[in-house]
Design a protein around this ligand. Structure first.
Ligand code: FE
Length: 130
């Protein structure tokens, strides 16, 4: 996959302040405030930074967490995970494989069949209705 590398200055030119803080500085939107938390429309969720297809409405579920949640990414290759030890917790961070955007975290308390819960910030995503 061709990777995208931009400076903070370049990202700031194409992202809103909140999008920049979350995706490029590992921020988190406030729970229950994101525009896609309750979105039940059919379609795909793309990376807000680079447009890579990351998640599908097919795999979305209501986790009650306050963030859009998916039990599967659209393609394992499109995301990249790494251990995140910040905030005195051990979590697995989820990033876009193409541009490195911080998306959220993945937990092992999701529904069947995967048991995974990809807990993703709405601002990291751009929904495209099918
Ligand atoms: Fe991306």
């Amino acid at each position: 996959m061709e990777k995208i590398n931009k400076t903070d200055k370049e990202w700031r030119e194409i992202l809103s302040e909140e999008e920049f803080i979350v995706t490029r500085k590992k921020g988190t939107e406030r729970a229950f405030t994101g525009k896609y938390y309750k979105n039940e429309e059919t379609g795909k969720y793309l990376c807000i930074c680079c447009g890579k297809e990351l998640f599908s409405s097919e795999h979305k579920f209501d986790s009650g967490s306050g963030w859009p949640s998916f039990f599967l990414p659209v393609n394992e290759e499109n995301i990249k995970t790494e251990t995140d030890l910040s905030h005195f917790m051990r979590r697995t961070e989820v990033n876009c494989a193409k541009c490195g955007a911080h998306l959220g975290h993945v937990f092992d308390d999701g529904p069947k069949p995967t048991g995974k819960r990809y807990c993703i910030n709405s601002v990291s995503l751009k929904f495209e209705k099918k």
